[in-house]
Design a protein around this ligand. Structure first.
Ligand code: ADP
Length: 205
């Protein structure tokens, strides 16, 4: 079981997923908050049952899966529904996330969460690692990756904590404006430092 949690965050398109994969290649387990958030919406799961009770069957697609676009439209149009949805899902996501963190086998474990700081998850982390790029790079890489207009990415950026505020709360920063090899070199350095910190922590327990 891993007792040392590294919270990995950064704005959309900064490179969290890419960095997570580089740590994974070094044998480090990770828990991705976005994936957990999707998992709790599986048919038969309590979250989807409650959502269907509230919004009716129209919230499901033909296969009985959550129609995410419809749900997004509803909560976007009505802040009260957004509050309701967050109150339902956040505790479930948290519980599932901590269960997965507990099960991790690597010397330390990554908690990858785009809204780590916004949702106060940093208090559960031993280190906060931020992947940083200028906003222009976020917009360029995200619009290329998701095939969406720059204006749409700008809207998402506006809903996230701003860059300087985010950086103030970092213990460690990865700069991702260079090549993938330069990214890997930073990951390698941090990996060694986290291995050391994790083993020191386990000795003092
Ligand atoms: P996030 O998970 O933070 O949204 P991703 O890891 O998906 O970001 O990275 C956004 C996009 O940028 C992806 O298409 C990824 O392949 C690409 N990318 C990430 N880092 C680099 C880099 N150093 N150079 C070029 N492209 C990169």
């Amino acid at each position: 079981m891993s007792h040392f949690i590294v919270g990995l965050t950064g704005g959309i398109g900064s490179g969290k997923t890419t960095v997570g994969l580089q740590f994974e290649a070094l044998g480090i387990d990770s828990v991705d908050a976005d994936i957990v958030a999707r998992e709790i919406m599986a048919p038969g799961d309590i979250a989807l049952t409650e959502i269907t009770k509230r919004f009716g069957k129209q919230i499901l697609d033909a296969q009985g899966q959550l129609d995410r676009r419809k749900l997004r439209e509803i909560v976007f149009a009505d802040p009260n529904e957004k509050v309701w949805l967050n109150q339902l899902t956040h505790p479930l996501i948290r519980a599932r996330m901590f269960e997965a963190l507990q099960q991790a086998q690597s010397p330390y474990v990554l908690l990858i969460a785009p809204l780590l700081l916004e949702n106060g998850l940093e208090q559960h982390c031993n280190r906060v690692l931020i992947v940083d790029v200028p906003e222009s790079v976020q917009i360029e890489r995200t619009s290329q990756r998701d095939k969406v207009a720059a204006t749409q990415v700008e809207q998402i950026l506006a809903s996230q904590i701003n860059r300087s505020e985010r950086l103030k709360r970092a213990d460690d920063i990865i700069h991702n404006t260079g090549s993938i090899e330069q990214l890997q070199a930073q990951v390698d350095t941090l990996h060694h430092s986290y291995l050391l910190s994790a083993s020191e922590k386990s000795l003092t327990k």
